[in-house]
Design a binder for this molecule. Structure first.
Ligand SMILES: *Cc1c(COP(=O)(O)O)cnc(C)c1O
Length: 429
């Protein structure tokens, strides 16, 4: 660090980062600007971003159209309460989301983060069954290795072992779990792949409000890609046993897996669906929970006839304008080709990692590339190695993974994948 960067010291002593300790030895890198696929550090170094700021920055950084949308909205009305008032950015965005999401999703609840969108989805499911005169349907069934956010309801359906269950046991609602699907994406789910799920549903359906899961890609719980046949089976089991299906598309939504929404791989739709992360192209915090007319009408005509949730910053106009601009940008772009191109680049570029003895598995789906190590990586060592290699890659546990912005070109993608190979090969892991 060349300049006088007292604020870094202040950060270290006073500011929490995601899953962090205050005063830790782990390096935190000061970033001063970002443009396209590059992050610029305070010391002048530029890093090619392999993370899209955790799935979000699909168009890259500093995109003129996203900035224009936010600036225009800023000039007229950056925020207004949503209780009793409405505005055009929210309505236009809702219309767009209803248009592009699969199946019968007809109403939109805007939330400010993915975790809250999941809480909202869970509350919707509970209120729905209450208004259907089945108030005992209050529990949730999910698959292990999932990740749905950090708030209490969301935590309760995260993986019970790698998640935060032990830390908060006694406070978390007790949910039902089955093992994560064993059938990989692109493979059939031989025999009865969803047998465990069927068994649990048969036994407990009268107490289950919904099955909740991440379609096709289990993200922060392990970056695993599972068979679309399994997902298809989940949909039909939910119908058979009278249980709602909540699909958490917060990570997978808006093209990342090669389809606009991951559930399209299985040609199914949700009763309740959560989106977030890349919704605004990585510019503002916004998420949404969509549901069917059946669910929204039942709640609205039930008792008390209201859906019991309402964030202060609900449908923030800046965020809604950014999201609308981001969706238009995406849909007007050759995004399928771009994802295909990234998929091929990741497959070719990460393939050599398979030969390394430290590596357990390499897998790629759409614009997601994962190198799973045999042991957890030492972040203290690995993070600076990636920065020295000119890329921003942030592994967790045994997973070194890439999910670059969709606009990345072949050269930058090559730099990313070769950096992963070099670091995995050379760095003490
Ligand atoms: C990130 C994520 C969440 C939580 O979203 P936040 O905006 O971090 O609260 C929920 N579900 C999935 C699948 C996610 O990837």
């Amino acid at each position: 660090m060349s300049e006088n960067l007292d604020w870094i010291d202040f950060d270290n002593q006073h500011v929490w980062h995601p899953y962090s300790a205050v005063g830790s030895d782990l390096p935190v890198f000061p970033v001063v600007s970002a443009d396209g696929v590059r992050l610029r550090l305070a010391d002048g170094r530029e890093l090619i971003d392999g993370m899209s700021s955790w799935w979000c920055a699909i168009h890259g950084y500093n995109h003129p159209e996203l900035k224009r949308a936010i600036q225009q909205q800023l000039d007229t009305m950056p925020h207004v309460m949503f209780g009793g008032l409405t505005h055009q950015p929210a309505v236009a965005l809702a219309e767009k989301l209803i248009e592009i999401t699969p199946g019968p999703l007809q109403t939109v609840f805007f939330a400010d983060s993915g975790s809250v969108a999941v809480e909202v989805a869970m509350k919707m499911a509970i209120q729905y069954w209450r208004d259907k005169a089945l108030p005992e349907k209050q529990r949730f069934l999910t698959i292990r290795r999932g990740y749905h956010g950090d708030t209490f309801g969301a935590m309760s359906v995260c993986d019970p072992d790698t998640g935060m269950h032990t830390l908060f046991s006694g406070i978390l609602p007790q949910q039902l779990f089955v093992d994560a699907p064993r059938c990989y994406f692109g493979h059939p789910c031989k025999g009865d792949g969803a047998k465990a799920l069927r068994k649990k549903l048969r036994k407990h359906h009268s107490h289950i409000a919904a099955v909740i899961l991440e379609p096709i890609v289990q993200g922060a719980g392990g970056m695993r890609f599972y068979s679309s046949e399994y997902l298809k089976e989940v949909r039909s089991l939910c119908d058979q046993y009278g249980v709602l299906l909540i699909l958490d598309e917060i990570a997978t939504g808006f093209g990342r897996t090669g389809k606009l929404f991951a559930c399209e791989h299985a040609k199914i739709a949700a009763d309740i669906m959560c989106v977030g992360k890349s919704l605004t192209g990585g510019t503002m915090s916004l998420a949404a929970t969509l549901t069917t007319e059946e669910v929204s009408k039942t709640i609205s005509q039930g008792d008390p006839g209201l859906f019991m949730h309402g964030p202060t910053f609900m449908a923030n106009p800046l965020a809604c304008s950014a999201a609308l601009a981001s969706l238009n940008l995406l849909l007007d772009s050759p995004w399928q080709e771009r994802i295909k191109h990234i998929e091929t680049g990741l497959q070719q570029g990460l393939a050599p990692c398979r030969e390394l003895p430290q590596v357990n598995e390499v897998r790629v789906l759409g614009a997601i590339g994962v190198v799973e190590m045999k042991k957890p990586v030492d972040m203290n060592q690995v993070q600076p190695c990636f920065v020295d290699a000119g890329v921003w890659v942030r592994p967790f546990g045994k997973l070194v993974y890439l999910m670059p912005p969709y606009i990345i070109d072949q050269n930058d993608l090559n730099t990313l994948t070769s950096a992963v190979f070099k670091v995995v090969e050379k760095c003490p892991i």
